[in-house]
Design a protein around this ligand. Structure first.
Ligand SMILES: NC(=O)c1ccc[n+]([C@@H]2O[C@H](COP(=O)([O-])OP(=O)(O)OC[C@H]3O[C@@H](n4cnc5c(N)ncnc54)[C@H](OP(=O)(O)O)[C@@H]3O)[C@@H](O)[C@H]2O)c1
Length: 247
């Protein structure tokens, strides 16, 4: 199956659709009109990849309402967030339903990349629920192009290595290098690493952090959350100057 080309900077859209139970500083949820403007601005800047999830409240619906044909979009399964609360369901039925809902919301026949969105007991979920095999089945059926894990532990990442993962989303920044051996192993296996929390949820200097991450060839892309187009413009400039051929 053709692998979509992922640029090195991905716009993380949790704050676009959710404003509760987050580690980033408190923010006001954009209105529908503000969200539409933001998505247009990010697209016009040249951001070519978005990360979303059913756990990000209205993010998927908002991204799907905008023209997004030339954008790579990753989404997730396992957690949904409604009325300020998260709910988890890793059954085959829930995963299948979640994929259908994401296709409808994003207005896409095929989903570019879908992560299993796992909480702290990630390895148990991988080993003892049907979620992972349901994702692989959906990939074989052509619904999903690439399957990934966005988990917590290095043990879960290692399990995913041996079970056909195409991509991993892992925390990585100057203050958290707990996944160092995972980055090495992923590079050896040509599995794509997408970094989350690269700015430690806004606590680290953006330009220096981004440059440091993108100088590391083990990292395929960095997912940066923002509601500020000027910030994403600065981030894109750093990305392009660090990796001119992939950003
Ligand atoms: N379990 C999971 O799957 C999981 C968990 C966490 C995150 N993620 C993904 O990763 C994305 C990023 O995570 P995150 O939002 O927690 O952390 P992050 O990317 O480390 O930090 C985001 C924060 O940095 C600020 N920021 C971005 N660019 C900046 C710049 N140039 N100058 C100053 N501040 C800047 C943003 O504020 P402004 O809005 O002011 O720019 C935002 O509050 C999420 O949106 C989501 O897509 C996934």
């Amino acid at each position: 199956m053709n692998q979509p080309e992922w640029p090195c900077l991905v716009w993380g859209t949790v704050k676009l659709g959710r404003d509760t139970q987050l580690k980033t500083p408190a923010h006001t949820l954009p209105s529908d009109a503000e969200a539409e403007t933001l998505i247009r601005q990010m697209t016009e800047l040249g951001i070519r990849a978005f990360d979303t999830a059913p756990a990000y409240g209205s993010s998927e619906i908002r991204l799907g309402a905008a023209p997004n044909h030339s954008i790579n979009i990753s989404t997730k399964v396992g957690e949904i967030h409604q009325h300020g609360q998260s709910h988890f369901d890793f059954s085959a039925e829930a995963v299948t339903q979640s994929l259908k809902r994401s296709q409808q919301r994003l207005k896409r026949e095929h989903l570019d990349l879908v992560y299993l969105h796992a909480p702290n007991n990630d390895l148990d979920i991988l080993k003892h629920t049907e979620a992972w095999t349901t994702l692989l089945d959906a990939q074989h059926a052509g619904i999903i192009k690439q399957v990934g894990l966005s988990g917590k532990s290095t043990a879960a990442a290692k399990w995913a290595f041996d079970h056909h993962a195409d991509a991993l989303m892992v925390p990585w920044n100057r203050q958290d290098q707990s996944h160092a051996e995972i980055l090495d192993e992923a590079a050896a296996r040509s599995i794509k690493i997408f970094v989350k929390k690269g700015l430690n949820s806004g606590q680290l200097p953006a330009a220096a952090s981004l440059q440091w991450m993108l100088e590391d060839p083990r990292i395929h892309a960095v997912v940066v959350g923002s509601l500020n187009p000027e910030h994403m413009h600065q981030n894109l400039n750093v990305a392009k100057s660090t990796r001119p051929n992939q950003c």
